[in-house]
Design a protein around this ligand. Structure first.
Ligand SMILES: [Zn+2]
Ligand SMILES: [Zn+2]
Length: 382
């Protein structure tokens, strides 16, 4: 019996099987109509297919905070960071190897020391940065990532070639990323410093309304990107980083796409539904701002409108129906997610297993699990 068949996550999976391979995946019968154990489950053969898939294809988690590395060596704890406990990168890197995750975007959190709970949106900035604080926080967190790669705990993830090597060596690659462009302040040269540090993606806005624009979780101060924000987006494009528009307001997204010279990404979100609205969810129109320019949208296994792994698989399928197979990715927000329905990288092969079981062809699953992001990364670095 494999490790996976013993897991409780699997027992709760309840992903049903649909015959055929019609294009409207989300319309398929993927949920157990009775609920609970009466429904179809992934068979051992299907789970084995997911494991074989994970071994044979490069896969990328487009948004992650493995083991909450961003808390290591933190000096300015607040109630939120204290509640998160101690970082545990080593355990999660082992889980990634077990699950054959080829690479993940290891995200620093620019505004981590500012954050507190919000009644409506999960988190919010409780205060402003002190002078020098945003840059000091960037330097602390990027040093943690560099040490991880220097020690050999994670493989480098500077480009597609590194990610191919990581797959062969079976050691997960860390693609350095920063959630929140706050650390750039008004210093465009910091985009160059970050690139030299190995950063390959910046989520320009997080929870703190910053010099670039407003998050989707706050009442907007301005309709779109600030003039400085436009300069920063251009600089990120020019240097070859993937611009991540997760958390950004629709106005900021529109503004960024309007000046983009490279495909962009919304790394961790899901679509609103007629019965479900939340500030962190986006409309199909919002998603298409990015996907019609060649970009990708990552589906997140958060507890917003999802209570099981099967719900998340449903969200991935709905997103695929809405924006097309070439524009969907997986962004788990691992270890900093809100009530996650997927929280163990050892279960990673269940995702391709469930997508294959729902009628996606192997090549299509390969796009969702990593191929689409690798295309966007290559286009950013061209
Ligand atoms: Zn986020
Ligand atoms: Zn995150």
């Amino acid at each position: 019996m494999s490790r996976f068949t013993r897991r409780s996550a699997l027992a709760a999976l309840g992903v049903g099987l649909a015959a055929g391979a019609a294009r409207a995946w989300a319309q398929k019968q993927i949920f157990d109509p009775q609920g609970g154990s009466g429904g179809l489950k992934l068979t051992e053969t299907q789970i084995a297919a997911g494991q074989a898939f994970a071994l044979n294809h490069p896969s990328v988690d487009v948004h992650s905070h493995p083991g909450r590395f961003f808390l290591r060596d933190i000096t300015k704890q607040n109630a939120t960071t204290r509640a998160m406990g101690l970082p545990f990168e080593a355990k999660v890197l082992t889980d990634m190897s077990v699950g054959h995750v080829t690479a993940a975007l290891f995200n620093c959190v620019s505004d981590a020391v500012l954050l507190g709970p919000s009644k409506t949106a999960g988190l919010m900035a409780e205060r402003e940065f002190e002078p020098g604080e945003a840059w000091a926080e960037y330097q602390r967190q990027i040093a943690v990532l560099k040490a991880m790669v220097t020690r050999g705990d994670a493989a480098p993830g500077l480009n597609g070639r590194d990610i191919s090597h990581a797959m062969i060596s079976q050691r997960p690659a860390a693609v350095f990323a920063v959630e929140g462009g706050d650390f750039i302040e008004d210093r465009l040269e910091r985009v160059h410093t970050a690139y030299a540090d190995g950063v390959r993606s910046v989520t320009i806005v997080h929870y703190h309304p910053n010099q670039i624009g407003d998050p989707q979780t706050e009442t907007p101060r301005s309709p779109g990107l600030t003039p400085l924000g436009r300069d920063i987006v251009r600089e990120l494009n020019n240097i070859g980083m993937v611009v991540d528009l997760a958390h950004a307001s629709m106005g900021v997204t529109r503004g960024a796409v309007a000046i983009a010279t490279r495909p962009m990404m919304i790394s961790h979100t899901n679509l609103k539904r007629p019965d479900l609205d939340h500030p962190r969810l986006i409309s199909v129109e919002h998603a298409k701002l990015v996907t019609t320019h060649g970009g990708v949208v990552g589906s997140v296994p958060s507890g917003i409108g999802q209570t099981t792994l099967a719900d998340w698989i449903g969200s991935i399928l709905r997103l695929t129906d809405a924006v097309g197979i070439d524009h969907v990715a997986v962004g788990t927000d691992m270890d900093a997610n809100f009530m996650p329905v997927f929280s163990d990288y050892a279960d990673w092969p269940l995702i391709p297993a469930a997508l294959l079981a729902n009628g996606m062809a192997e090549g299509e699953v390969a796009k969702v699990m990593g191929g689409n992001f690798l295309r966007v990364l290559a286009a950013a670095q061209r």
